[in-house]
Design a protein around this ligand. Structure first.
Ligand code: SAH
Ligand code: DHB
Ligand code: MG
Length: 221
């Protein structure tokens, strides 16, 4: 019952704050038709990511976990015409679907989908000495968040914003004795944030069409 109210409220908020967008709707439709799970961010969460990237003035964005490119499209639209978004995806089928969705949205010029295990790709980036990112969105497998944080901090600079999705997991993250690898990963991720004097963080819980979950938001100094 309460979940129905969360969903109704999300629908109301999206109606009041967003105009229907053909490319985003087409991305969700084609993702569903291609059999991808509906684990994309909600529309109002996508716009939050976009607004955070705009507030940051981001010119270089990194995303871990592309799926069908739904959050990718939201984030890429925060970029100036000469901006860059690199999005990392392990699953070739997801990447194929995402590339079509990104193309349809007219964003192929700024977005590159890189197929492979995100940790391997991030190691390559560090070895190649690529320029740091202004905004980083972690949304691949949750058990690897500690490893991803270690790797993306090497690709950050003072002022880089790091947002991580799914850090609440229906409240299961408070369970210190959990055997769930995702919960263990997220807890270790928070421990790393807490210990790092060069990272200032907060986290917010969200309810709505994607259930009870939330984001962490960090600024590197
Ligand atoms: N950001 C997307 C949702 C991502 S779902 C959105 O909101 O629209 C998580 C994605 O991470 C899935 O597509 C999954 O295939 C991918 N993934 C899982 N493990 C990965 C890994 N080790 N490296 C890269 N991508 C991975
Ligand atoms: C899952 C992954 C996500 O990124 C998400 O937002 C929700 C669920 C999952 O793997 O189940
Ligand atoms: Mg997610």
């Amino acid at each position: 019952m309460i979940e129905q109210q969360w969903i109704a409220m999300d629908e109301y908020l999206c109606e009041q704050t967003q105009t229907p967008d053909e490319s985003l709707e087409a991305a969700l439709k084609s993702s569903a038709e291609a059999g991808l799970p509906a684990i994309n961010v909600a529309p109002n969460q996508g716009k939050l990511l976009q607004m955070l990237a705009r507030l940051r003035g981001a010119r270089r964005i990194l995303e871990l976990g592309t799926l069908g490119g739904y959050s990718t499209i939201w984030l890429a639209r925060a970029l100036p015409a000469d901006g860059t978004l690199l999005t990392l995806e392990a699953d070739q089928h997801h990447a194929d679907v995402a590339r079509k969705n990104i193309e349809r949205a007219g964003l192929s010029g700024v977005v590159s989908v890189i197929v492979g295990d995100a940790a391997d790709t991030l190691e390559d980036f560090a070895r190649d000495g690529i320029p740091p990112f202004d905004f980083i969105f972690l949304d691949a497998d949750k058990q690897s968040y500690p490893e991803y944080l270690r790797l993306v901090l090497r690709l950050s600079r003072p002022g880089t914003v790091i947002v991580a999705d799914n850090v609440i997991r229906g409240g299961r993250v408070t369970d210190a004795g959990s055997a769930d690898p995702d919960v263990i990963g997220v807890r270790q991720f928070f421990d790393m944030l807490a210990r790092d004097a060069h990272v200032s963080s907060t986290a917010i819980q969200t309810v709505g069409s994607k259930g009870w979950d939330g984001f962490s938001i960090s600024i590197v100094s």
